[in-house]
Design a protein around this ligand. Structure first.
Ligand code: ADP
Ligand code: K
Length: 443
């Protein structure tokens, strides 16, 4: 099902015309109403009348998260506060949050792109959706809620957490769809297994998971555990919230469609900021084309990915690959660039391992050291009858060999020596409803 065939199937030349028109009015709106943009472009010496199409965008400087922080709370508004319909915050790190705001029409656009996303993920009008994204200042919960209603679904607004109740309602209400962070969907799947629930008592068909990076191995685990199809949803508060892009459930693994009539994507080099050709990994930079309250021009998402039209089969819009990491989350360990998602990528090579992992950084003797904790796959170990206590230290040869094979694989693929510690299933931190932090920095 395609929610908005006119826009999602629009021939690319026509789409460019729409984008160019929308870009020009976005730039005028930003420059004329927001002192930040006027100063930014005046200081850079750009004449906005020279920016006529998306191909000219590269002449403009980037907008970054610190610009939003500097203009806290309402300095980035292009409309009077009386015209706002809603205000959200992005959790961010310490200190003041990043504020984002919406007009009535912005909420309409937000709902539209979420409705398209859910439809692409296999959600249908008439289905019930259990929405386990957090409700509140976070854009995820309410953003999904409005989009699901627009699509014609019935929403169960349970929010994140309370796994026992999640399971009870999934079973009693027979919801066909689940939205959650991927790590929380895994928590639910593992809890089902632990309780010995029979998946045939549930009616789940699709899950729409996002807000944090996840791997194909995690997808498999969730799909098997919950007996459904799980697709990726991507977004960020600064651009609108979830629903900037979404995977089609029948084209899994080939990327997520970016709703290009509302968000124009570029990929740029993370050091030089120069635009990169399709297919090359770099920082995703997004320009909002229709937002009224808070237009974002060349917003530096910090997320590293690729974009290409190569796999756009069902729709004309461009697709982005999975997020490899955030530019500012990249760790440089003993000179080697490292994202924790690189650990996730090697796990499927070892059937003995489960998908849950964490990365602990320490600095003994002034040298950075990395320890990777990985949960084991209980069925594999039960099969061999190895008691869990024997996993670390005093372990049978077979386990010692496994650990050294994992270490070798990490060294070969990532280029860094790391120590590896195995954990019993369910003992590493799990998502209790929201995003899961996999990095523990003890340096
Ligand atoms: P907060 O900042 O409060 O955590 P945001 O919604 O603004 O909330 O977070 C957006 C960020 O979350 C993105 O920039 C990206 O790093 C991450 N993210 C969102 N969706 C995905 C996804 N599907 N895959 C990987 N990372 C994602
Ligand atoms: K964010």
């Amino acid at each position: 099902m395609i929610f908005n065939p006119e826009m999602e199937l629009m021939p690319i030349e026509k789409l460019r015309t729409v984008q160019n028109e929308r870009l020009v009015s976005t730039l005028q709106r930003a420059y004329n109403n927001i002192p930040f943009y006027k100063d930014l472009y005046d200081q850079a010496g750009v004449n906005l009348s020279e920016i006529k199409s998306v191909n000219d965008l590269h002449k403009l400087p980037f907008t970054k998260k610190n610009h939003l922080r500097d203009n806290y709370p309402f300095g980035m508004l292009a409309v009077p506060q009386t015209e706002l319909s809603r205000v959200h915050c992005s959790s961010g790190t310490t200190g003041k949050p990043t504020v984002v705001a919406y007009t009535k029409n912005d909420i309409e656009v937000f709902s539209e792109v979420v409705a398209r996303s859910l439809a692409a993920a296999g959600c249908r009008p008439g289905m019930k959706l259990q929405n386990a994204y957090g409700y509140g200042l976070f854009t995820g919960g309410i953003g999904i809620h409005y989009g699901a209603e627009k699509l014609g679904m019935a929403v169960v607004p349970i929010s994140g957490g309370g796994t026992e109740k999640q399971i009870m309602l999934l079973k009693d209400f027979q919801a066909e769809a689940l939205t959650a962070t991927p790590s929380y969907a895994l928590t639910i799947a593992e809890e089902l297994k632990k309780r010995g629930e029979d998946i045939r008592d549930f009616n789940l068909k699709v899950a729409v998971l996002g807000a944090e990076p996840w791997s194909e191995a995690l997808r498999t685990e969730v799909e098997q555990g919950l007996n459904l199809k799980a697709s990726n949803i991507y977004g960020l508060s600064e651009i609108i919230g979830p629903g900037v892009s979404n995977e089609d459930f029948e084209e899994q693994g080939t990327g997520s469609y970016i709703w290009e009539d509302h968000f124009y994507p570029e990929i740029v080099d993370k050091l030089t900021g120069e635009p990169l050709p399709y297919g090359e990994p770099g920082v995703l930079v997004l320009t909002s084309l229709t937002k009224e309250a808070m237009p974002m021009v060349r917003y530096w998402t910090g997320d590293i990915t690729t974009i290409t039209y190569e796999h756009s089969e069902k729709r004309t819009h461009i697709k982005m690959g999975p997020i490899i990491g955030r530019a500012d989350d990249m760790m440089i360990i003993r000179g080697v660039n490292f994202f924790h998602t690189q650990v996730a990528d090697i796990l499927p090579d070892f059937p003995q391992l489960s998908v849950n992992y964490q990365v602990v950084l320490t600095r003994p003797k002034n040298m950075d050291a990395v320890e990777v904790g990985i949960e084991i796959n209980p069925s594999y170990f039960n099969h061999y009858g190895i008691p869990f206590d024997d996993l670390n230290g005093g372990a049978p040869d077979e386990v010692k060999k496994l650990v050294s094979n994992i270490q070798k694989k990490i060294k070969d693929n990532i280029g860094l020596g790391m120590s590896v510690k195995l954990y019993q299933n369910g003992t590493l931190p799990q998502s209790d409803g929201g995003k899961l932090n996999r990095i523990i920095d003890n340096r």
